[in-house]
Write a protein of this length. Structure first.
Length: 160
């Protein structure tokens, strides 16, 4: 299958914004991996030893829920992402986890976070979702330089 070359009309401000949310979440995943005493193994439940590890993991998870929200608002489609989002209860558990992280709570550790983290299958699921969305963006943004310049010019004109 030939690489998909984005055209100026394919790249919207909203899609670029969603990509930034994804990059923030993925950066937290990378930082989480660096903070672990042992390398992160996709699909394996990591053992969190300290607060730095916990905060990176929590913000990665919460950030990925923001990506899901944007994905749905923009009505994006990908068979792998769709299958992951349809896995029973996973998105709702992640939403509750995100709410506990990004909405002030009086307790230090919230059950909604620990329930998602300890739920069987949550670690492989969040890894697969992050990879699938990342792969989608990599494929989507395969652009040649003239197409990228045209898209940026068009976005600037729309925002003026």
């Amino acid at each position: 299958m030939p690489a998909r070359i984005a055209k100026a009309d394919d790249v919207t401000a909203e899609l670029i914004r969603l990509h930034s949310y994804f990059l923030w979440a993925d950066r937290m995943r990378i930082s989480f991996g660096h903070a672990l005493h042992n390398p992160i193994v996709p699909g394996q439940v990591p053992i969190v030893h300290d607060f730095d590890q916990y905060q990176y993991m929590a913000h990665w998870y919460a950030g990925m829920y923001c990506v899901i929200e944007g994905w749905r608002v923009l009505k994006l489609s990908d068979p792998t992402v769709t299958a992951l989002l349809r896995q029973k209860g996973m998105v709702d558990r992640l939403r509750k986890c995100r709410n506990a992280i990004y909405h002030f709570q009086g307790n230090v550790i919230d059950d909604r976070i620990t329930k998602f983290i300890s739920y069987s299958g949550s670690a492989p699921w969040i890894h697969k979702l992050t990879k699938a969305v990342g792969d989608w963006f990599l494929e989507r943004f395969k652009v040649d330089v003239p197409a990228a310049r045209a898209a940026l010019k068009k976005l600037r004109e729309r925002q003026s």
